[in-house]
Design a protein around this ligand. Structure first.
Ligand code: NAD
Ligand code: UDP
Ligand code: UDP
Length: 313
């Protein structure tokens, strides 16, 4: 039995990861400061004697004896990471240093939840790992983008300098149950708006694209990546390569919910990437042929059911 630390474990992705790790027979320490996470996401795990919940902020040192570390702690929605930009970058940078220090001391492999945001508003499409990105270092998204870029640098530094076994996953837009109602990202916003009969808020003209990955596909990829040979450090893109415009997403959600909501247009936020789609060739090569299995319509249906239950509770 392995003892596995998941930082950000009560957040959206972290809660799914904790559940999967427990189901596979591991002991899990879920560490979170509840900035955007919620106990509701992991409430069903609390009765499991192999699940341990720790309220802790990763900008502070943390000591425990563990066999593997998944570092997910960081607000991920633009609304939340821009709320306190200094705290966001501290979480990415000081948090990475602390978790890497822990990994070094206990000689545990550590996986970093990096992001497609390291590519910024990409001039290369789709984005391969070899693309260095196009990031504004002083814009409203920079606390997140540069924080995550610096975290990648720290991971590589601890690997080359201290021999820490690292895995960097560049995660593309992921959605599913356990997203916060007030998360602010597009999939949960549109679903909640559609279910409440409110107009769907399209930023800009809705022609910008994203490629949406269902959370179960991501968790599969993260688990396989963690088990790869020590020579595999990444970065590796994990995402669904099927690309949609925000208008297409809005129409799909209106169709699936049968909502009478309409579309309302708001200004496009500064530095909002115009297009995003992962090149997953490297992931397929390194991760035993891993590729996303869940199509948008199917994943949206699961997510809609989740929010229907949540909103009617
Ligand atoms: P989320 O906001 O639901 O989860 C983040 C979790 O981290 C929350 O539980 C939050 O309370 C916790 N947290 C934040 N700051 C912390 C701190 N200083 N100390 C301890 N805990 C802290 O977001 P998510 O979508 O589940 O994202 C998880 C990770 O995956 C993040 O690192 C994010 O950057 C990365 N990621 C997510 C996506 C996506 O589309 N969901 C895409 C790329 C990368
Ligand atoms: N650290 C931690 N848990 C540990 C070991 C280290 O939180 O189990 C923190 C420690 O407080 C330090 C950081 O990780 O600030 C980096 O550790 P490292 O050993 O790389 O650096 P040093 O302690 O030499 O500054
Ligand atoms: N977006 C939108 N309406 C919303 C929320 C977001 O049109 O209510 C747009 C946003 O401008 C961006 C895309 O949807 O172009 C994805 O936004 P999200 O915040 O989900 O993620 P990110 O921009 O970080 O990929």
């Amino acid at each position: 039995m392995k003892r596995i630390l998941v930082t950000g474990g009560s957040g959206f992705i972290g809660s799914h990861l904790c559940e999967r790790l427990l189901n596979e027979g591991n002991e899990v320490i879920c560490l979170d400061n509840y900035f955007t996470g919620s106990k509701r996401n992991i409430i069903e795990l609390l009765g499991n004697p192999y699940f341990e919940l720790v309220r802790h902020d990763i900008t502070e040192p943390y000591y425990a004896e563990v066999d593997e570390i998944y570092n997910l702690a960081c607000p991920a929605s633009p609304v939340h990471y821009q709320y306190n930009p200094i705290k966001t970058i501290k979480t990415s940078v000081m948090g990475a240093i602390n978790m890497l220090g822990l990994a070094k001391r206990v000689k545990a492999p550590i996986l970093q939840a990096s992001t497609s945001e390291v590519y910024g508003d990409p001039a290369v499409h789709p984005q391969p790992e070899s693309y260095w990105g196009n990031v504004n270092p002083i814009g409203p998204r920079s606390c997140y983008d540069e924080g995550k870029r610096c975290a990648e640098t720290l991971f590589m530094g601890y690997h080359t300098q201290n021999g820490v076994a690292i895995k960097i996953a560049r995660i593309f837009n992921t959605y599913g149950p356990n997203m916060n109602v007030n998360d602010g990202r597009v999939v949960s916003n549109f679903i909640v708006q559609a279910l409440q009969g409110k107009d769907l808020t399209i930023f800009g003209d809705g022609s910008q694209t994203r490629s949406f990955q269902y959370v179960d596909d991501l968790v599969d990829g993260l688990l396989v990546l963690m088990q790869t040979d020590a020579s595999v450090t990444g970065p590796v893109n994990l995402g669904n390569p099927t690309e949609f415009t925000m208008l297409e997403l809005a129409r799909e959600i209106i169709d699936l919910t049968g909502s009478s909501s309409e579309l309302v247009f708001h200004p496009l936020p500064q530095d909002d990437p115009q297009q995003r789609r992962p090149d997953i060739g490297l992931a397929q090569e390194l991760l035993n042929g891993w590729k996303p299995q869940v199509e948008l319509q199917q994943g949206l249906q699961h997510t809609i059911t989740y929010f229907e239950n949540l909103l009617s509770a």
